[in-house]
Design a protein around this ligand. Structure first.
Ligand code: UDP
Ligand code: MG
Length: 319
């Protein structure tokens, strides 16, 4: 098998057919064998029946993994990567924001450049609000400063990987999966290819501002322990300042017999230190929660139904 295309789908009933049409249109002149793995991530609409309709038309190429509930895009990507058989694996969204024509460009680049292991598409023009761009830039600055990995701005999950990269990614056993970080953490040579993101064909994005915010925090916690170091350093600084203050106050009281004063200062300092303590207990809690989740060793996803054509011995010989 030359190419596997992984397509995570969550409530994409109106996009499945146009997406498939656009993809096979691109693939109509190619000479190699390919598979399209759709992961139905617990959709609540008719995505599954749309996928089954497609399967009845083209069971040669289509493969459906149907989750028992919504496990999130990260879980869908992992399921797709684990099921993929291709020498090359492309990841693409189902909503036609990413034109499938780029898959051929990515593949051609990989074939022409044996040293390159992965081609990742990045948005050359961002089609989003200025405020969102500002927060995303802050996130990239922060995560790149705090971690040993380098996450390229605007690089998406839309990419084509060689089999060795796929094997490296699925060998990571973690449950809390932050793909942007994992792609970078496994290393290999990546070429960043500019692409123009299109408007969603139908439906709505599943990413609200707060979901993105939580995802960004997950990413930082999954790849960096710097927040804990900051907590410790700030704790030391505050203790140092407190000792100096105690010293000054005791001397003032002993030498000049100062009456009790400075209540507002005291109240502010108590509030400040309580706030800082709570903040860092919260950060500590985040790490604890992540290791608690990891320690349960629950699977990342549960498959309810696996729909693919059973291979005959003839198919296997010709693979
Ligand atoms: N998706 C998924 N599970 C989810 C959320 C999203 O499989 O819980 C899929 C979705 O169907 C789409 C892709 O992930 O194919 C990207 O989602 P979306 O378009 O909402 O993200 P955006 O393009 O806005 O970043
Ligand atoms: Mg989208």
């Amino acid at each position: 098998m030359k190419l596997s295309v992984i397509v995570p789908c969550y409530n994409e009933e109106n996009n499945i057919y146009p997406f498939y049409e656009a993809l096979v249109q691109i693939f109509k002149d190619i000479y190699f064998d390919y598979e399209i793995i759709f992961i139905n991530d617990g959709s609540k609409d008719k995505t599954l029946s749309e996928l089954k309709k497609l399967f009845s038309r083209d069971n040669e190429h289509i493969h459906i993994i149907h989750f028992s509930r919504n496990f999130g895009k990260e879980a869908a990507l992992l399921a797709g990567l684990e099921a993929s058989q291709g020498e090359f694996v492309s990841i693409i969204d189902a909503d036609l924001q990413q034109n499938p024509k780029y898959i051929i460009q990515m593949l051609t680049y990989l074939e022409e450049n044996p040293d390159c292991d992965c081609v990742a598409a990045y948005q050359d023009i961002r089609k989003e609000g200025k405020i969102l761009t500002f927060f995303k830039d802050c996130f990239y600055n922060l995560i790149n400063k705090m971690t040993e990995i380098e996450i390229v701005r605007s690089a998406s999950d839309f990419r084509t990987l060689r089999r060795n990269v796929v094997d490296a990614i699925i060998s990571l056993p973690e449950r809390c999966r932050f793909s942007k970080g994992i792609f970078s953490w496994v290393g290999f040579n990546t070429y960043y290819m500019p692409y123009t993101v299109e408007d969603r064909a139908s439906g709505e994005s599943k990413w609200s501002f707060w979901k993105l915010f939580a995802y960004a925090l997950d990413g930082i916690i999954a790849f960096s322990t710097t927040p804990l170091v900051i907590a410790s350093i700030l704790g030391v600084i505050l203790c140092f300042v407190a000792f100096i203050l105690i010293f000054v106050i005791v001397i003032k009281t002993l030498v000049w017999g100062d009456p009790v004063a400075g209540f507002p200062t005291l109240a502010t300092l108590i509030l400040l230190s309580a706030g800082v303590q709570l903040l860092f207990i919260g950060i500590l809690g985040q790490y604890l929660a992540k290791s608690y989740t990891e320690s349960k060793h629950r699977p990342v996803y549960i498959v309810k139904e696996h729909i693919k054509k059973e291979k005959t011995s003839h198919d296997i010989i010709n693979k």
